[in-house]
Structures are given as C-alpha cells and as structure tokens.
Write a new protein. Structure first.
Length: 81
C-alpha cells in the first residue's frame, strides 16, 4: 500500500509539471483531468479524443433569438493511464 501511495504522489507531481497554470480574472486558476474507462476490458480507454469547448452568447440570431457560439478551447487524446 505504501508503494502505491508513493506512485500516486509521483504521478501527481509529474502531472503538475506538465500543466499550464493560468490565472483567471478572479485570481483563481486550475486544471481539469479526465479519466475514461473502457468498461468492456476494465482498462483505461487510450486513444479517445476529448474536446473542451466554451459557449458564448454571440452566435448568429435565428428567428429573433440569439444563439450560442461554441468555441474549441483544446482537443486532447487520452493515453494509457
């Protein structure tokens, strides 16, 4: 159990070194993680594409209603862990 705990700490530290930490207007920053499980095999789902979007209310107007515009922030591909 101790060895697994140490591996978890090492993985966390490596993740923090690779993350771009951007501070927002409110003074807070952070990052988002995503873990996807292949339930058929019980393993991490590697090679899956994930897209992170932001929605803004400045899309085209349709029938008098302002639509939302979807803006891609970043696209990722899951790895094997």
């Amino acid at each position: 159990a101790c060895a697994l705990s140490q591996l978890d700490k090492i993985a966390w530290m490596r993740l923090l070194m690779k993350v771009d930490y951007a501070e927002g207007n409110d003074g807070h920053g952070g990052f988002l993680t995503c873990h996807v499980l292949d339930t058929a095999n019980g393993t991490p789902a590697s090679g899956m594409r994930i897209e992170l979007h932001r929605y803004e209310d400045d899309g085209p107007e349709r029938n008098g209603i302002r639509t939302q515009q979807r803006i891609l922030i970043k696209s990722f591909t899951t790895n094997s862990d």
